[in-house]
Unconditional design. Structure first.
Lengths: 334, 287
């Protein structure tokens, strides 16, 4: 029992202490961004990793949260926080509408359909004046009170994001150990076999998709609050989907802490290359992203955590297996 | 029917033939290996830049640029097959999707990094002026692109159905192990398929470079056009891709003309989704 909980506890201590050790504004902002992307990637992980349905259109749900948060302020003068539940409802509703027909499609077809949905919605929003068209929507420039969640320092965001990430991971952990988690793993390994044994595949996949969409919209709302605005590129651009997906896959799709590890590697990489290379660096960052994904797909489809896990098991022998399995999220049956 | 409408339809058909050409490449590798190349549109983009580079460096037009882009992309196709596709083909679905998706990003942003995000274009009259047939005005560049694309797509269909090479490729698609027992090397056939598929994108890219805007992200739109074409025409069917390509070209032109240019992509995406939902097997394909 001790062994099982030592890794997450250690991680929590590191994450709580990070802003004190790395206390410059740049480092705190970096930490907050890592956590933010970790929230989005962990949410994607529920449907992409555990259920094995590779959605490339998750930015739609990210955008729901971001637009709802900014819309609450821009149209009704309310705190962006009020928009957050609205964003969740919207994301879950859209994911249900999109999920019912597209989750029937297997593998590549599902991925393509999600891309098309995302691009379709981006184009529609870009041409909708109510949603700010190409310019987007802005949040409060000067915070009226604390509920506007508009801070100059990144520190409040850091702890807010940490709390949300903890909730997201707790939900994921709970889900993987519930009946639904077992169904999802069975479906990912072989949908036909799972169906023939009586797993309600369509329903379970849809629930996972809706849960994942709702959590992703929270990440979108938090993103918009931190940056104070959303436009079609930052809220609905396909590259956001791609980033989310790559982080999860790099760390380890289908593992509880995989997305966090992926975000902790890629976000600093992107921020540092942007600050070193300026505008020209934006292109180079995605060249590196592309190269990383190709290499991962080619040589280590399980992600970095799978690689580390295998190395540790080889070195430590079978008794360490239990602790590792829990630390990386592949928990045993309760 | 009004005269402008005829003009719009003819323009759509000519562009549609080019869509059909590069979509045939996508449908070929898809049907043969069950691999979806998410970098397909970016291959077309590379073909466009290849034609652009040939022009800026040597000052020669499509006559040199088109063969160069075709050969370059065909070579790239073989490299991609051996370096990446062969390794991920038998892997998990996530690896397959990530592999070609990563390739798309790598190509798109390498070009972005090198050439910048500016819209480039070739000189307007590089192919010749504008023809007039019975009052229809057609740019020579579009006419050339459409006719060449149509001929090559038909040639590709004949190659696949009427030659020994085509039969061998079909045999590998049906059952790689059985084909191997008959003395056909699946690796060679699949590499040839990738060379053809990528070569077709290079050719198509160099052809549309004469009248299309050239920008690193053009591959995203063109890639989706290829997906729409393939899903409409049926996965693995070249005649299906031809018919669907022409149809999409016309639908795109008509909706651009009737509703407005911004909405033409929306119409194409919506069409794609409705086809995936209601008729996943396409117009002519098997399931």
């Amino acid at each position: 029992m001790m062994r099982r909980s030592i890794w997450p506890a250690l991680l929590l201590v590191i994450l709580l202490g990070y802003p004190f050790v790395f206390s410059t504004p740049f480092q705190q902002r970096l930490g907050a961004l890592v956590l933010l992307y970790a929230i989005a990637a962990s949410s994607w992980n529920i449907v992409g990793g555990y259920a094995g349905q590779v959605s490339v259109g998750h930015v739609v749900y990210f955008g729901c949260g971001a637009y709802a948060a900014m819309g609450a302020y821009a149209h009704f003068g309310l705190s962006p926080l009020v928009g957050l539940p609205a964003g969740i409802v919207l994301a879950v509703a859209i994911s249900a509408i999109v999920g019912v027909p597209t989750l029937r499609l297997s593998g590549h077809y599902f991925s393509m359909a999600t891309i098309a949905v995302a691009e379709l919605i981006r184009l529609v929003v870009t041409n909708t004046d109510y949603l700010g068209a190409a310019v987007g929507l802005s949040g409060p420039t000067v915070p009226r009170n604390i509920f506007d969640l508009s801070f100059i320092s990144a520190l409040p965001y850091y702890y807010l994001f940490l709390a949300v990430l903890a909730i997201t991971l707790a939900i994921t952990w709970w889900m993987t150990n519930s009946r639904m988690g077992f169904y999802l793993r069975a479906i990912r390994d072989s949908e036909r076999a799972a169906r023939s044994l009586g797993a309600p595949a369509s329903r379970v996949k849809l629930y996972a998709f809706m849960l994942s969409a709702g959590l992703t919209s929270v990440a979108g709302a938090l993103y918009a609050m931190m940056f104070g605005f959303v436009d079609p590129e930052s809220g609905l651009g396909i590259l956001i989907s791609v980033k989310i997906l790559i982080m999860a896959a790099l760390g380890g799709a289908g593992l509880l802490f995989g997305p966090l590890v992926g975000a902790a590697i890629l976000v600093p990489l992107e921020e540092i290359s942007n600050s070193l290379l300026g505008g020209k660096g934006a292109g180079l960052t995605f060249v590196v992203y592309g190269a990383i994904i190709v290499l991962i797909a080619r040589f280590q489809p399980g992600g970095i955590l799978t690689l580390i896990k295998r190395q540790l098991e080889r070195r430590a022998g079978p008794q360490a297996k239990d602790a590792q399995a829990v630390a990386t999220g592949a928990g045993h049956a309760p | 029917m009004s005269f402008v409408l005829v003009q719009v339809i003819v323009g759509g058909l000519l562009l549609g033939a080019v869509y059909a050409l590069f979509s045939s490449g996508l449908t070929l590798v898809w049907g043969m290996m069950n691999i979806v190349n998410f970098a397909h549109g970016d291959f077309v983009m590379l073909g466009m830049y290849a034609a652009f580079v040939v022009f800026t460096l040597f000052g020669v037009g499509p006559l040199a640029g088109v063969p160069f882009a075709t050969l370059l992309l065909a070579a790239l196709g073989v490299v991609v097959y051996f370096a990446l596709i062969r390794g991920i083909m038998k892997g998990p679905m996530l690896a397959q999707i990530l592999g070609t998706f990563g390739l798309a990003l790598l190509l798109r942003y390498s070009v972005f990094w090198w050439f910048g995000a500016d819209f480039l274009s070739l000189p307007q009259n590089i192919v010749g002026g504008t023809f007039a047939f019975w009052g229809l005005r057609i740019e020579a560049a579009r006419l050339l692109a459409g006719v060449v694309a149509l001929v090559v797509t038909l040639g590709l269909h004949l190659l696949l159905t009427r030659t020994a090479l085509g039969s061998k490729m079909l045999a590998v698609a049906e059952d790689a192990t059985a084909a191997q027992l008959m003395g056909i090397r699946p690796d060679t056939m699949q590499a040839i398929a990738w060379a053809i598929a990528a070569g077709a994108t290079g050719l198509a890219g160099a052809l549309i470079a004469t009248f299309f805007y050239i920008v690193p992200t053009v591959g995203e739109t063109l890639g989706i056009v290829a997906f729409v074409t393939v899903s409409l025409g049926g996965f693995g069917s070249v005649p299906g891709a031809l018919l669907a390509g022409l149809l999409i070209g016309v639908i795109e032109s008509l909706s651009g003309y009737l509703i407005g240019a911004v909405y033409k992509d929306i119409v194409v995406y919506a069409l794609f989704l409705s086809f995936l939902w209601f008729r996943p097997q396409g117009l002519m394909g098997k399931t």
